[in-house]
Design a protein around this ligand. Structure first.
Ligand code: NAD
Length: 487
């Protein structure tokens, strides 16, 4: 049963987007209308045209206003034309509305033949959508060495893990796999591992499992049917959700949802396919499945099931499919496919196991500056990043001389994370980017700003430095990792 009275129409922002966007959007709207979906569309523009008008986010204010007031959007693919816009409109939209959860269902579709057909693949990837390397904080550290900052917050981990659990419970699933690279990135990926375990264990109906993310990629290919819900940081989730889509028919049939506290946006995973735009060749399945997720989000469960089953029956029977999924030479137009799906509304697929969906109980996260309180904070040292073409031994010796008589001692010098001073491995390859780790000889008073300024001045007299990082301990635990070879 739908949780809202059928007479109550829900306003949804419809962004057709670029390329095949207009066709797949119209196709989706036609199927939803025929299914009796109680949706009132508010058309809005974004993408290439907006960029060409000089709108740097690729999304005009009226579109942002529409999304804000509707709270739900269905979106086609958006292009960032070459030479316009620094950032993609898709990434900007996720950030503007803090849509922190990216949901990618991975379900075997009837009639879509893949090497995995018949295995009963049915899981969901929950990807953190706004943090990690996608914070987009990048710097050239030297003319030949670049750096991106991988930012992971505890509250970011908490909310994505909570969302993964809420989704698992809503879909009647039992296991949440937290997949991380915590074995290497102990502070960042390690945070999702720790927080994920804590969060999943709060839900007695769910089983927690941790898996190293590279093994998770391997397991998804070897035994994909073992997964239920997988939760990951942004970059890992980006890669593995595409891998997972490949298991069940590829990006062309993959739907997705971007969820935040106040706004939810549903979109196909594929792009604007400019080569086939305007030719009625596009397959609207991915956007239709995204619309099914949208219908569930707004509580219209019965309509969602009706559309989903019509789609399944159509794929299963294999008649009137678009060229990308039809047998060679058998492809029909987007509109013939839509007609077939509409004709199948009301039929139920016997091949797809039924799943009981309930609303996702998302917890709203209060605004404000999130911060974790600690009882004890110690400043124990400073990493200074230096650009130098000196030979590592000579660099280390000169830094020792530079800080003689200061509050610091030089502990080590490394290049790309491998120690090169006081001891170097003969095979270590060195570039002009060094990290010099200075430890306080005695704890500083207060913030240590004066001592650090003195240290920088001493180092800067002889070397070009570009970056400084405090080494802190929080409640007795190191807030930094050790170098390869560091004792
Ligand atoms: P694409 O997904 O547009 O196309 C890849 C291939 O899949 C092409 O052969 C295309 O014809 C085919 N294809 C994709 N969707 C299809 C569909 N529904 N039906 C039939 N065939 C389909 O990927 P791309 O070529 O790398 O990207 C094109 C543009 O789309 C780029 O500007 C890119 O930035 C943008 N893009 C946008 C999004 C988004 O808005 N979420 C996602 C990916 C790419």
């Amino acid at each position: 049963m739908d949780s809202l009275p059928v007479s109550q129409k829900v306003k949804v922002t419809a962004i057709a987007g670029d390329g095949i966007g207009a066709e797949v959007m119209r196709a989706t709207q036609q199927v939803l209308a025929a299914a009796g979906a109680q949706v009132e569309w508010e058309d809005a523009m974004a993408g290439a045209e907006a960029f060409r008008k000089g709108i740097v986010t690729g999304t005009p204010q009226e579109t942002l206003d529409s999304i804000e007031s509707c709270g739900v959007a269905l979106k086609g693919p958006l292009e960032t034309p070459v030479g316009f816009g620094e950032k993609s409109a898709n990434v900007s939209l996720r950030k503007i509305f803090e849509m922190y959860g990216n949901i990618r269902p991975v379900r075997e579709l009837p009639g879509i033949r893949t090497p995995f057909s018949g295995r009963g693949i049915d899981f969901t990837v929950v990807r953190e959508n706004v943090e990690d390397l996608y914070a987009g904080i990048e710097h050239m550290q030297t003319p030949g060495v670049s750096q991106a900052v991988k930012l992971i917050s505890e509250v970011g981990c908490e909310r994505i893990a909570e969302l993964a659990c809420a989704l698992a419970l809503a879909e009647g699933r039992g296991k949440v796999t937290v997949a991380t690279k915590a074995n290497i990135l102990k502070q960042t990926e390690g945070m999702l591992k720790t927080v994920g375990e804590r969060v999943v264990k709060r839900h007695p109906a769910l089983t927690h499992e941790h898996m190293i993310v590279d093994n998770c990629a391997h397991q998804m290919v070897i035994r994909p049917e073992q997964f239920d819900v997988c939760v990951m940081t942004n970059m890992n989730g980006d890669i593995l959700s595409d891998l997972a889509a490949g298991l069940v028919g590829g990006l062309g049939v993959a739907p997705s949802a971007n969820l935040g506290d106040t706004v939810a946006m549903f979109e196909a995973v594929h792009g604007s396919a400019p080569q086939i735009a305007g030719k009625a060749l596009a397959n609207p399945t991915a956007l239709l499945l995204s619309a099914v997720m949208m219908l569930r989000h707004i509580g219209h469960f019965a309509t969602a099931a009706k559309v989903e089953h019509a789609l399944y029956v159509t794929l299963e029977e294999g008649r009137d499919l678009t060229g990308d999924i039809a047998a060679p030479g058998d492809g029909v137009s987007t509109w013939a496919y839509v007609e077939r799906v509409i004709a199948n509304l009301g039929r139920t697929s016997a091949r797809v196991p039924a799943r009981e969906y309930r609303p996702i109980a998302m917890r709203p996260w209060p605004r404000g500056t999130w911060s974790r309180a600690v009882a004890k904070r110690e400043l124990v040292g400073v990493d200074v990043f230096i650009e130098s073409t000196a030979e590592p031994q000579a660099l280390g010796d000169s830094l020792v001389a530079a800080v003689a008589g200061s509050r610091f001692s030089l502990k080590l010098v490394s290049s790309r994370g491998a120690q090169v001073w006081p001891v170097a491995q003969p095979h270590t390859f060195v570039v002009d980017h060094f990290r010099a780790r200075f430890m306080f000889i005695a704890p500083p008073a207060a913030e240590g700003s004066a001592e650090i300024a003195d240290l920088i001045a001493r180092v800067g007299r002889e070397h070009r430095w570009m970056h400084v990082e405090k080494l802190q301990r929080f409640d007795g635990a190191d807030g930094f990792t050790k170098d390869q070879g560091e004792g």
